[in-house]
Design a protein around this ligand. Structure first.
Ligand code: GMT
Length: 378
């Protein structure tokens, strides 16, 4: 099939998932056309089946706000017609679903039917989309999609709760490519981070408020009082400044490393002992699943879809949002008991295997084929 993928190219989970999906589909012989304003961060491989179409937004003195959505819709039209796409799969509703709706109407006038599949990822529903500035357009464009998917059962329920959606939403969960983690941890790398065999805690995100990164630091400070330990912080974002202040205030700065945005997170995860994700909300928690693929158990909040993936007492522990004390206690329990940690590592890996690319990508292909038949029969 010839599939157009529209996503954010940045480090956000939706862009990562969309890019990994595109790569997996290309490996299976589909032609994948990425349509976005910048090369997606995970699009770091050459494949004869991958095409990249950059959306450029010309500026004009009249525009205080250059109309990205129009440029995106026009680029979609161009790619649909010139590359004979079979379908468009847009990731993150805002503004991708409404731009796709417009592109669909434009090509329809030229006698072309283009099915649009919208995948809802999280904050497009739970945070930004709900805002009344966007809500009518989000509701309309989700309803106009030919198929809708959500990345967890929780997100599906949240969507029905917050928007008047008239269609069925199919849950297709996030996935992880376990084969990328089938390598030995680099001992020398672990030694550099933890020269005295300290335990390594890790958090990776875009450091936005919803991630409650201050809780990560408070949990680490509690663990640090009990156990020799180090904290790795992967990513960057608006909360970083406050995190740095807090790290200094709690006098743990010598044992905390800000690693910035990292494309190859596997090596870092493979030397880690525990992943911390205390988010206010998480539709799925792809970062936690990637940690599990690297045999790393997770301490997380029980918000949103997290309990669907982080099984309390098995792959890690969950606690109510903001319950730093319980999360710290669980982390200490796990990190102080080698045989428990070993068992949780195994459980975490087994959980990641359930969400393996080879189990999830065929669900998207099956969904696509429904529309391919419609296109072929039309
Ligand atoms: O987590 C973020 O802030 C980024 C966000 C995005 O849409 O780019 O991630 C969301 O989508 C991921 C992929 O489906 C999910 O695994 C994340 O849980 C979800 N984030 C939130 O719901 C906060």
């Amino acid at each position: 099939m010839r599939i157009g993928i529209v996503c954010y190219p940045t480090f956000g989970g939706s862009g990562v998932l969309a890019t990994e999906l595109g790569k997996a589909l290309a490996d299976k012989g589909h032609h994948v056309h990425f349509i976005t304003y910048q090369q997606p961060v995970r699009l770091n491989v050459f494949s004869a089946n991958i095409f990249y179409h950059e959306v450029s937004v010309p500026s004009y003195p009249l525009f205080d706000y250059p109309p990205y959505e129009l440029a995106l819709a026009s680029t979609m039209v161009d790619v649909i017609l010139n590359h004979d796409l079979d379908l468009l799969h847009v990731h993150y509703a805002i503004p991708h679903a409404s731009a796709a709706y417009m592109a669909k109407q434009i090509v329809a006038k030229k006698g072309r039917n283009i099915p649009v599949i919208t995948t809802l990822h999280g904050t497009d529903i739970t945070l930004v989309g709900r805002d009344k500035t966007y809500e009518p357009v989000v509701t309309f464009s989700i309803n106009e999609s030919d198929a809708i998917t959500a990345v967890s059962q929780n997100l599906k329920e949240e969507t029905y709760r917050s928007f008047d959606i008239q269609k069925d939403i199919q849950v297709i969960e996030n996935f992880v490519d376990n084969s990328r983690y089938n390598k030995k941890p680099i001992d020398a790398f672990r030694k550099v981070i933890a020269p005295n065999d300290e335990k390594i805690l890790i958090h990776a995100s875009n450091f936005r408020k919803v991630k409650r990164v201050e809780d990560v630091i408070l949990i680490f400070a509690n663990v640090h009082k009990q156990l020799p330990s180090k904290l790795l912080l992967v990513g960057d974002g608006p909360e970083r400044r406050f995190m740095e202040d807090l790290v200094r205030k709690l006098l743990v700065q010598d044992d905390v490393r800000f690693l910035g945005k990292q494309e190859q997170i596997e090596e870092i995860l493979l030397v880690s002992d525990l992943f911390i994700l205390p988010s206010e909300y998480e539709s799925f928690g792809l970062a936690a699943m990637e940690a599990m693929a690297a045999n790393v158990p997770v301490i997380s909040s029980d918000a949103g879809g997290l309990p669907e993936i982080n099984i309390h007492g098995k792959t890690g522990f969950t606690a109510p949002v903001g319950d730093v004390q319980t999360m710290s206690d669980c982390a200490i329990t796990l990190l102080s008991d080698e045989s428990l940690l070993k068992q949780f590592r195994k459980n975490a890996k087994a959980q990641a295997l359930k969400f393996d690319l080879n189990n999830i990508v065929p669900q998207y292909e099956k969904l696509y084929s429904r529309f391919c038949r419609m296109v072929c029969e039309a």
